[in-house]
Design a protein around this ligand. Structure first.
Ligand code: SF4
Length: 224
């Protein structure tokens, strides 16, 4: 019996059920390996260049660095044709709205790479009135590439890190093959500030508490 046979039969053997706490770390099977290999070696990135980091991303895609070695050279301009969203640059509150919308439009399996300090955590503009402190507050990020800006080599290291992550995934545990429809991320609402609809209850509670404390501290009007 080969190692792979053991893996497949062992996983389906009712006499030896896998403990629940180990379900997420089940061995990657032969089928997983084929599936992961094809997916990891032919990623189609969607470019989302927003600021200075985008220049390094463009340089990475040029002939000097030869991205086709990693199967990632087919950059797409449509979310429908892409499975990797590269967010490179400063993410303003106005721009997070289309980013979430585009992320929702990408078919699964899909991944996100945050390139540079700005996309990862706000960078030099963190706490700026118009800047989002990292895209991971709105969409899930798979790989962060540090730097301001990261070099093409650093970005390629991010690609290889993502490939390694994909190669360790199992069809049994990845979210996109579970039953039921996957839920889209609620698109943020841009008003005087950016509002995450998932935080609506929390925002309402804070507003009610603030209103209640205002009522108790405001002195009652005196009669003339
Ligand atoms: S991380 Fe640095 S180089 Fe990249 S977009 Fe922000 S300020 Fe520009």
């Amino acid at each position: 019996m080969t190692h792979d046979d053991r893996g497949l039969k062992g996983l389906n053997n009712p006499d030896y059920p896998i403990p629940e706490e180990l379900q997420s770390t089940i061995a990657v099977t032969s089928l997983d390996r084929i599936y992961n290999w094809t997916r990891a070696k032919s990623m189609w990135p969607l470019l989302f260049g927003l600021a200075c980091c985008a220049i390094e991303m463009i340089a990475t895609a040029a002939s000097r660095y030869d991205l086709s070695r990693f199967g990632m050279e087919v950059m797409r301009a449509s979310p429908r044709q892409a499975d990797l969203l590269i967010v490179s640059g400063t993410v303003t509150k106005k721009m997070i709205v289309p980013i979430v919308r585009i992320y929702n439009q990408m078919p699964e399996p899909k991944y996100v790479l945050a390139m540079g300090a700005c996309a990862s955590g706000g960078g030099p503009f963190k706490e700026g009135y118009n800047v989002v402190s990292g895209i991971d507050t709105f969409i899930p990020v798979d790989v962060y590439v540090p730097g301001c800006p990261p070099t093409p080599q650093a970005l390629m290291h991010g690609f290889l890190t993502l490939q390694k992550k994909i190669e360790s995934q199992s069809l049994r545990t990845v979210p996109w093959y579970r039953s039921g429809e996957s839920e889209a991320i609620p698109v943020p609402i841009l008003g005087p500030d950016i509002i995450d609809p998932r935080q609506a209850d929390l925002i309402r509670r804070h507003a009610e508490q603030a209103a209640a404390s205002r009522d108790t501290t405001t002195p009652a009007p005196t009669e003339a």
